[in-house]
Design a protein around this ligand. Structure first.
Ligand code: ZN
Length: 276
């Protein structure tokens, strides 16, 4: 049995979860709600002076857990692969500027080429940005995405594939982000989480739920307890590896984006204690 969560000290919210708030609103409202972990999506950094962002985060005692997202390495077009590298280098700089220790990678895919080729290009891409990541003190987390996104968002669709790439690269600065939404269905999830932890590659843990039926494959994620994922069980497997980091609430939901966002934060807190 996984121990119940009793406080919010390990709760982190992704800014995309409250999509309509800018960074300032996220910081003010999260901290007012007693939530001090934040994962920053890069869209809220657009048009935002990074120095100001950093002091705003500090003033509210926020801990930046990660920045989201880099990646999108594969393409049949060399030029596009180069553009992706440049964008990832910017993402690393942004991460360092706001004291984010981790950049999450949505690795990418190109439907014009085999998944295996895309996976090779992902590995090449990560190796290309690794020196800058190291120099900036920013780790890179490969986030495997559900196979329904294999056509365009990620050629890395299982935790085993992510473990393979992380182990091949074999760097303290490259690991894996585990998201229950993408991985809950995998019958190898428990042993692969163990493997991930044992090799020192478990860098992040994302939570939400899988609605049944799911009406939209991008923007119909559930709040923990809404759907069919046994989140406490998966958290238990993650914690058994020694992971003691944040539980990051990352929910894209047209339904929840439409309600009062401060009430939504209270719902998240409740779901966090009862269903995470
Ligand atoms: Zn995630």
């Amino acid at each position: 049995m996984t121990a119940k969560l009793t406080d919010y000290s390990n709760l982190c919210v992704h800014t995309m979860t409250t999509k309509h708030w800018n960074l300032k609103k996220c910081v003010e409202n999260y901290s007012a709600a007693g939530i001090y972990g934040i994962s920053i999506w890069r869209n809220v950094l657009e048009g935002q002076k990074l120095k100001e962002a950093k002091s705003m985060l500090n003033d509210h005692n926020m801990t930046v857990v990660s920045t989201v997202r880099g990646g999108f390495f594969p393409s049949v077009e060399k030029k596009k692969r180069e553009v992706a590298i440049d964008d990832n280098l910017i993402a690393i700089e942004q991460s360092a500027a706001v004291n984010s220790p981790l950049l999450v990678l949505v690795c990418g895919a190109d439907e014009r080429q085999p998944l295996s080729t895309s996976r090779e290009q992902i590995k090449e891409g990560i190796l290309k940005i690794l020196p800058e990541a190291k120099a900036a003190g920013v780790k890179l987390a490969i986030e495997p995405l559900h196979p329904m996104y294999a056509g365009d968002r990620s050629a890395i669709n299982t935790i085993a594939q992510a473990n393979d790439v992380a182990e091949e690269i074999n760097s303290d600065f490259v690991g894996v982000a585990i998201d229950v939404y993408h991985l809950w269905w995998d019958d190898k999830l428990e042993p692969e989480i163990k493997r991930c932890g044992k090799n020192g590659n478990l860098l992040a843990f994302h939570v939400c739920d899988w609605n049944v039926p799911t009406t939209d494959f991008l923007n119909d994620r559930g709040l923990m307890g809404d759907g069919c994922i046994n989140v406490p069980q998966i958290r238990g497997w993650v914690e058994e590896t020694g992971f003691s980091g944040y539980n990051e609430v990352e929910i894209f939901s047209d339904k929840y984006w439409a309600i009062d966002q401060n009430q939504y934060l209270e719902k998240i807190k409740k779901a966090y204690l009862n269903h995470t």
